[in-house]
Design a protein around this ligand. Structure first.
Ligand code: FDM
Length: 208
């Protein structure tokens, strides 16, 4: 069945995910593709506002509660994601369940417990991992404004992300000019959109 593709962009804080998604959307739309963007956390919902307040350091919450809220924030978008994909729209997602696992497991919580709440979410057709050294990231504007934006923790998250990366992920270094990164992202995105449009890829679920 013809459908849109679910494409996730992951990476550390300030690795350029948001900028790259914006650039890719612009190019893909110019070329006639039906594409849209989602971001997690989605700070517009009531769950998302609670998460946002926690990230700004205004609310104290148990780490496990936060983990479950991040997952609930994805589940509340599950139906919309499925419907949009089935309607033929490709979705570029700024962070997904991989960030959930990478950040909570980096605090020392049990791996399987971290995976649990997102089990059954729609699996992305492609994950693009923007890698960058934490030294470069901390020089980027806005770094340090939110919880987790410190080099020690980011190094730990980076190590945890490495445990999640599979051969199917596309790793792109973002330690280079913005346009160059975009240039590397577009061809694989077009390929995966083609495969989904041709009905070659059935929808999968996490974590299979
Ligand atoms: N984050 C993000 C998590 O800890 N768990 C999650 O499930 C997700 C999606 O929230 F530090 C963290 C990662 C980051 C912060 O992300 C907010 P953005 O991309 O800066 O909004």
């Amino acid at each position: 069945m013809s459908r849109g593709a679910l494409i996730v962009v992951e990476g550390l804080d300030k690795s350029g995910k948001t900028t790259q998604i914006k650039n890719c959307l612009q190019i893909l739309r110019r070329d006639g593709f039906d594409v849209c963007q989602l971001s997690f956390p989605d700070r517009t919902t009531s769950i998302g506002q609670l998460i946002s307040s926690f990230l700004r350091g205004e609310t104290v919450l148990d780490d496990r509660v936060v983990h479950l809220l991040f997952s609930a924030n994805r589940w509340e978008k599950w139906k919309e994601i499925k419907e949009r994909l089935m309607a033929g729209t490709t979705i570029l997602v700024d962070r997904y369940a991989y960030s959930g696992v990478a950040y909570t497991a980096s605090k020392g919580y049990d791996w399987d417990w971290c995976l649990g709440p997102d089990k059954g979410l729609i699996a992305p057709d492609l994950v693009i991992y923007l890698s960058a050294s934490s030294k470069v990231l901390e020089t980027r504007s806005g770094y340090g404004q939110e919880r987790y934006e410190n080099q020690l923790f980011q190094n730990r998250v980076s190590e945890t992300f490495e445990k999640l990366v599979t051969h199917k992920w596309l790793r792109i270094s973002s330690d280079r000019p913005i346009e160059e990164v975009t240039h590397h992202m577009i061809p694989p995105i077009r390929n995966i959109i083609d495969s989904c449009q041709n009905g070659a890829l059935p929808l999968g679920t996490l974590w299979t």
